[in-house]
Design a protein around this ligand. Structure first.
Ligand SMILES: *Cc1c(COP(=O)(O)O)cnc(C)c1O
Length: 399
């Protein structure tokens, strides 16, 4: 609803809302009927208990973690995550006093368990990581987090609930950049947070923000008043959203809703096309290596069979023989895929990190952070698979 404001019959009615005694809307910085409708859809898709929209995926991950971790606390995170989230946790949240330990996504139960300290408040990872395309063993990460007394937060942006529902594998909180496949048409930036309602915040004394009175909200105790299924999202809305204001525009929520209506069809198509493209690249003499968990030879294929039985999304990455210069020639020759930082969209797009997002790095520095100088990230859109393959074939001739 395109409105900042809502009106009441009496001051008493409004007072009940402010006391969190009655349900309703008071100001679009906290909640809006359109946003709540779209959040409820995403909540149902992820099989959660409560959900909210945020202004971006960055805001979703920040609020999901900051809702339970503050100064003096600690987070354990997979190192194979989106660069923006890596900076958020490793630099900006560190400045706020939240410490972090980054672990390999391939860590064992024992390694994850050992990283959890008495002040750890959450464990974090991505189902299919952007851009490395690693697949997380969610059940192992969830068990280690739970045995350490903390929730597992999973960014499910690339998989979407069509391909994987992390809550069914033990994740407690799920986040999204809805900017990617959920929107799917490059129309609007947005994020979402979904609570499973499965984590018992009262099991230890690590989460006083949820289990003791919130003095900024008339001393409400979120777990007592809203129960296990509602406490986390109610606190994030009535406290963090109230104070930080990173709310999603209702107009953007409307666009995301349009995207959600075709999400199940698009994810199937993106995944089928990407598998065909990955197979083509894998057998091409000018291609050095292909990363796509749908390929039987991929390091993450076994995990993909378990967690992503219906497809591995539309994003493929590959390395070209001949290094940085060869990759630049291929990028120049591609006709169907636009050169963009964006991924996960109806239109194919591609990125050569070494000459774009990571261009200040030397070949040695790139290799150190796991990016080959000749690596291209190719996000398969909804075009005909054969058209994309024909285009790649002619572009590879230039390599
Ligand atoms: C893009 C992205 C984000 C950040 O989302 P924005 O909507 O751009 O703020 C977070 N996580 C993943 C996995 C992403 O791909």
């Amino acid at each position: 609803m395109q409105s900042t404001t809502f009106r009441y019959d009496t001051s008493e009615d409004m007072g009940k809302l402010f006391d969190l005694e009655a349900e309703g809307y008071f100001y679009s910085r906290l909640q809006n009927p359109t946003n709540d409708t779209v959040a409820a859809k995403i909540c149902a898709l992820e099989a959660g208990s409560a959900a909210m929209l945020t202004s971006s995926g960055q805001a979703a991950n920040f609020m999901a973690l900051f809702n339970i971790a503050g100064a003096g606390d600690h987070i354990v995170a997979s190192s194979s995550i989106y660069g923006g989230t890596f900076n958020l946790i490793g630099t900006t949240m560190k400045r706020m006093g939240v410490d972090v330990t980054f672990l390999s996504p391939d860590s064992t139960y024992e390694e994850i368990r050992a990283a959890i300290r008495p002040n750890t408040k959450a464990v974090f990872g991505e189902t299919i990581a952007n851009p490395a395309l690693t697949v997380l063993d969610i059940e192992t990460w969830a068990k280690a987090a739970h045995d350490g007394g903390v929730p597992l937060v999973i960014d499910n942006t690339f998989a979407t609930p069509v391909l994987c529902r992390p809550i069914e594998h033990g994740a407690d909180i799920v986040t999204h950049s809805t900017t990617k496949y959920m929107d799917g048409h490059g129309a609007s930036i947005g994020g979402a947070i979904i609570d499973s309602g499965n984590f018992d915040w009262t099991q230890n004394d690590r989460f006083p923000g949820l289990t003791t009175p919130d003095e900024s909200y008339h001393g409400v105790v979120y777990t007592e008043k809203f129960g296990q299924g509602g406490a986390y999202i109610t606190k994030a809305t009535s406290q963090l959203m109230r104070d930080l204001g990173c709310v999603q525009s209702p107009q953007n929520a409307f666009y995301i809703n349009l995207g959600l209506e075709s999400l199940h069809l698009r994810m199937k198509r993106h995944s089928e096309t990407a598998l065909a493209v990955a197979q083509f690249l894998d057998s091409h003499p000018k291609v050095e290596a292909v990363q796509y968990a749908g390929l039987p030879g991929d390091k993450y294929h076994a995990l993909a069979e378990k967690y992503l039985p219906d497809g591995c999304c539309g994003v493929v990455s590959f390395e070209i023989k001949g290094g940085r210069a060869a990759a630049e020639r291929v990028m120049k020759a591609l006709k169907t895929a636009a050169i963009e930082t964006h991924v996960a969209d109806a239109r194919s797009c591609c990125l050569h990190p070494a000459s774009a997002t990571h261009r200040q790095m030397t070949d040695e520095q790139l290799t150190e952070c796991g990016i080959s100088p000749s690596m291209i990230r190719f996000s398969c859109g909804l075009e005909d698979a054969q058209d994309l393959i024909d285009d790649l074939a002619q572009a590879l001739e230039q390599a």
